[in-house]
Design a protein. Structure first.
Length: 453
């Protein structure tokens, strides 16, 4: 198998932060997302043996970096009569299901998982060819597969739920490393040093002029360095398309992270925390793998450099919430399109507010708002299914594109939820993060704006 070229994630650095803080160390190289791959045979891979059989995928990864999980040997392996028998042809990530003609074949892992000869991929969801009951089965099969894959890491997190949490930053030069979490005291010191720089703005056509600058951070993860983790097909395109919609329709300056590491994600969150003022608006969008430890109820994002068996490289909901708390903007929204993302929205439900008037918009904007919109509840969610995008991302973009003036997040979410639940066995959630400083009665406002700097 030819080794693909090495690329680094795209990270757009806000100028003010680049001046105030030292440059981060060059990010580690990563395997780029597979975009145009040839048609390859889909292999009938047993559910448990899929992890062990993909040892060859790690020929391009140092054994010391990603050792075989110790638990694989104890797994029960159900071997088909002819392992590796081609049962259909599909481009990795394309999700062609037509080759499966019998119910028996649809019980095989190759129904929801495919192997391009190097790495496993989750198939796209064929919404037009299978019903909701079959979709539920497919998503539950994925859930079981991931639970077995992440079992060693889950056991460690059950014993120590804080294993993925980062330590607090102690000195200013640590903030831009992404290896710690900025705290309020250090943030206050850094903000005083940056106060003299000010912020450059330009005239815009704004539906709500009371909203100042607008910044969005979009994070998309298709590719994972640990090839035991199934690669995704649409998480990265979803994030990039969402970023385009927030930029062109809502006037956000967008920072795009393509297949970023844990440090790069935390670095970007810190830079936003040090850049935004109370009148500003911030959106954080994440698409990629997520996981939840049922025993503790804690959720996690899985970054590109994470290992399946070591949760210290994961990003905890707790660290994300702490990062959101440091953002000074009164308008903050976190949107997560990943499995078990509903764990973010459990603190408080956001109720629909009064009618859309200028006076009511001003009332919303006086409150500190930190809302969370997620593609599902405490459940696995579909990463594909609507014209190359997840059903959730597609419908969110539709609502953004149809916005004429401004709308409260509850209204935007209500339509998105109806459309997602109509197509899929998953329930999007909309809540508030009290731990990040949300004030009861607040809501995030989606505002039409031509451009802002």
């Amino acid at each position: 198998v030819a080794t693909p070229p090495v690329v680094t994630p795209s990270v757009v650095t806000p100028l003010a932060i680049a001046v105030a803080l030292p440059s981060a160390a060059p990010p580690p190289t990563q395997t780029p997302a597979a975009t145009e791959l040839p048609s390859l045979p889909v292999l009938v891979t047993p559910q448990q043996a899929a992890i062990a059989d993909l040892t060859r995928a790690r020929e391009n990864v140092a054994a010391a970096d990603f050792p075989e999980p110790k638990t694989v040997a104890s797994l029960t392996v159900m071997t088909p009569s002819k392992p590796g028998t081609p049962v259909g042809t599909a481009r990795p990530g394309a999700g062609v299901i037509d080759a499966f003609d019998s119910a028996a074949q649809r019980t095989e892992p190759s129904w929801y998982l495919q192997d391009d000869g190097v790495v496993p991929y989750f198939r796209n969801l064929p919404l037009a060819s299978i019903d909701k009951a079959e979709l539920t089965t497919m998503l539950n099969d994925r859930k079981t597969y991931k639970a077995q894959l992440f079992a060693p890491a889950t056991a460690l997190l059950e014993a120590n739920p804080a294993l993925a949490d980062l330590p607090p930053c102690v000195q200013g030069q640590e903030v831009d490393s992404g290896t710690c979490v900025i705290n309020e005291a250090l943030q206050t010191i850094l903000l005083k040093k940056m106060a003299a720089e000010g912020h450059q703005t330009v005239d815009t056509h704004a539906s709500l002029p009371a909203i100042g600058r607008k910044r969005a951070l979009v994070i998309g993860l298709n590719s994972y360095a640990d090839k035991r983790i199934p690669q995704l097909a649409s998480a990265l395109p979803d994030a990039m398309a969402i970023g385009d919609a927030f930029s062109s329709r809502l006037g956000y300056a967008v920072t795009r992270l393509e297949n970023p590491t844990k440090a790069q994600i935390m670095q970007a969150l810190h830079r936003i925390a040090l850049d935004m003022a109370p009148a500003d608006s911030v959106v954080i969008y994440f698409a990629g793998h997520g996981d939840m430890v049922e025993k503790t109820g804690e959720g996690y994002w899985i970054p590109a450099d994470a290992r399946a068996d070591d949760p210290s490289g994961w990003i905890s909901n707790a660290d994300v919430s702490r990062s959101l708390a440091r953002i000074k903007a009164r308008q903050v929204a976190m949107i997560s399109d990943s499995c078990y993302s509903g764990t973010f929205a459990r603190e408080q439900t956001v109720q629909s507010g009064p009618e859309h008037t200028a006076a009511n918009a001003e009332a919303y904007l006086r409150k500190r708002t930190v809302t969370v919109m997620t593609s599902g509840s405490d459940e696995p969610v579909a990463d594909t299914g609507k014209r190359g995008h997840s059903v959730f991302a597609w419908n969110l973009m539709e609502q953004i594109n149809q916005l004429d003036n401004w709308s409260a997040g509850t209204s935007v979410f209500a339509t998105v939820r109806v459309e997602v639940e109509r197509a899929l066995p998953q329930s999007p959630q909309y809540g508030a993060s009290l731990s990040a400083g949300h004030e009861t009665g607040g809501d995030f406002l989606f505002e039409r704006r031509d451009r802002i700097q």
